[in-house]
Ligand binder design. Structure first.
Ligand code: ADP
Length: 527
């Protein structure tokens, strides 16, 4: 090799640089190799299996201080005894905790209890700690409790989380907030507050009040009082009012109790827990009735809850609620003070078993008021003590109101409906009127008078004009809401008699567009 010392030095520098770079590359490669190796090891590591600890099967510590133990565990529905690794302290293994099994099924690690699982309702508790729990279908199962729940107070009707094997309760769920589910009140409505339903009230008195008051006579003549009554008919015509008045009447001034539940609310809020809730309602009714007070269990919109089985609308409803409800209802016999009153707009949807003799076998149709009944209802709200114009009294105004609201005239026409044969017919306010609507009209008139009084600085009389305005306002509001409704549902719920309504359209302005013409005007809704 030849060259000047400078050239040699430069060459040396370049070689050193190369050397350095090579060393770095080598280090990087080394690191990559380590990483790849560990990844490979991870890939090769067999999975661990989750299991639930049941109990220590056997434990023995030999002369060298080494532990030899086995434990009973469940993995899924599999129940087995597995060896416990010497590194796991068998004395610390707690029933209900999650444990890990390696590929040779050796218990190698203990973890906390699982926080998820199936929810079960507690039916019964035993002194030895075991519990009878039930699933949504009411099927009972005997389970043990996890060590962590040993001292825990578990109430009947409470909810627990059960491990995947279904053999052990591993957690207790806090008491669900049911406070707003069952409405409990002491109603002050009396039969005298209900207008125009004389024959309906007489029937319910005979069915509920009579047997309650004259138990001995009923027994003497071998008559079994009905367990419940079904009130059916379009909304807003006094079904709830009647049920409350019954609660009040049975108590004869000593404060009857009215427990009410709304079918759809119960279903929506407590999906899958309906069994527990039905139980809860009847348990509460029994508690309240135990001290001799009459209790009315009022189930509003009963059709949503007690749907015909096999109708396939909701499996939960059909398979669990109906049988549960029937079981509770059949148990009512022993509790004389509980009466069930159901209300429904769709009696055709209710499971027939609910309405069979011995159950809710008294069915009372609470229909829309006719004009005479309407006057009676209006008079409950349009009372003699109200300020009226000279020459008119409350009675006259009530008749005016009803004449106006029930008139089959263009101004009281709400819309046109089309039946399944394609025939259109007009629908007037009177076809959909209800007790609630009549009250609403009176309230509108009163509100108007109050506002006028404020403006005038002195009480203003309710007169024919005020009534006319109130009827018009009610009519306008209904016109709008009907057009927004689903025709089929709406007509079924409201019990419209014009056959099966398939379409609804805004009232034809010329008033002559009926028959089977298919003219569509304005807003129209199809089924
Ligand atoms: P439903 O239970 O049939 O849907 P409600 O009993 O809740 O109807 O009635 C709603 C409201 O309408 C009542 O609170 C009451 O103000 C009024 N109402 C309905 N029907 C009558 C009636 N026959 N007499 C007096 N008020 C009535």
């Amino acid at each position: 090799m030849s060259g000047t010392p400078e050239e040699l030095a430069a060459l040396n520098d370049r070689l050193m640089e190369k050397n350095h770079a090579l060393a770095q590359a080598l280090t990087r490669a080394g690191k990559e190799l380590t990483k790849a190796k560990s990844q490979l090891a991870q890939l090769a590591q067999p999975p661990l299996t989750f299991a639930t600890m049941v109990r220590v099967d056997r434990v023995h510590v030999d002369d060298d201080g080494i532990q030899h133990a086995s434990a009973e565990v469940t993995a899924g529905t599999r129940r087995m005894v597995v060896p416990v690794a010497a590194t796991v302290n068998a004395a610390r293994l707690a029933a209900g905790n999650t444990v890990m099994l390696n590929e040779s099924m050796v218990l190698v690690e203990q973890r906390d209890r699982d926080t998820a699982g199936t929810v079960r309702t507690v039916r019964e508790t035993f002194d030895d700690g075991r519990l009878i729990v039930a699933d949504a279908g009411g099927n009972p199962q005997l389970v043990r409790r996890a060590s962590a729940l040993a001292g825990e107070r578990i109430e009947r009707g409470g909810r627990v989380v059960v491990d995947p094997s279904g053999r052990m309760a591993i957690d207790v769920l806090p008491e669900a907030d049911d406070a707003d589910l069952v409405l409990e009140e002491t109603p002050d409505v009396t039969f005298a507050d209900i207008g125009g339903l004389e024959s309906e009230l007489e029937r319910i008195r005979d069915a509920v009040q009579l047997p309650y008051r004259h138990r001995d006579l009923f027994a003497r003549y071998g008559l079994t009082p009905p367990k419940g009554v079904l009130l059916y008919g379009p909304p807003g015509n006094g079904k709830t009012l009647i049920a409350k008045a019954v609660a009040n009447a049975l108590a004869e001034g000593r404060g009857g109790t009215f427990l009410s539940v709304k079918g759809p609310e119960l279903l929506n809020k407590y999906v899958g827990e309906s069994e527990r809730l039905i139980r809860l309602i009847f348990r509460r009714a029994r508690e309240l009735a135990a001290d001799g007070r009459p209790v009315i269990v009022f189930v509003d919109e009963m059709d949503s809850l007690l749907r015909t089985r096999g109708s396939g609308v909701s499996s939960d409803v059909e398979t669990t609620i109906v049988p549960q409800f029937l079981a509770e209802l059949d148990g009512v016999e022993r509790l004389d003070n509980v009466t069930v009153i159901g209300a429904s707009n769709r009696v055709d949807m209710i499971d027939p078993a609910v309405l069979r003799p011995g159950r809710l076998d008294v069915k009372i149709h609470v229909d829309r008021p006719g004009p005479a009944q309407a006057v009676a209802i209006v008079r409950h709200y349009l009372t003699d003590d109200l300020p009226t114009a000279d020459g008119t009294d409350a009675d006259t105004l009530a008749r005016m109101l009803v004449d106006d609201a029930y008139a089959r005239v263009e101004t009281r026409r709400l819309c046109d409906v089309c039946d399944e044969h394609g025939a259109w017919s007009p629908l007037h306010l009177r076809d959909v009127i209800s007790g609630a609507m009549l009250r609403n009209i009176v309230d509108r008139a009163k509100t108007h008078a109050v506002k006028a009084s404020i403006a005038a600085g002195a009480p203003v009389a309710i007169d024919a004009a005020t009534i006319g305005m109130a009827v018009e306002a009610e009519c306008a509001e209904n016109r709008d809401s009907i057009l927004d409704a689903d025709p089929v549902q709406w007509s079924l719920v409201n019990g419209i008699r014009a056959g099966r309504v398939t379409r609804i359209r805004a009232a034809a302005t010329d008033g002559a567009n009926y028959g089977t013409t298919d003219g569509t005007e304005g807003k129209e809704r199809h089924a």
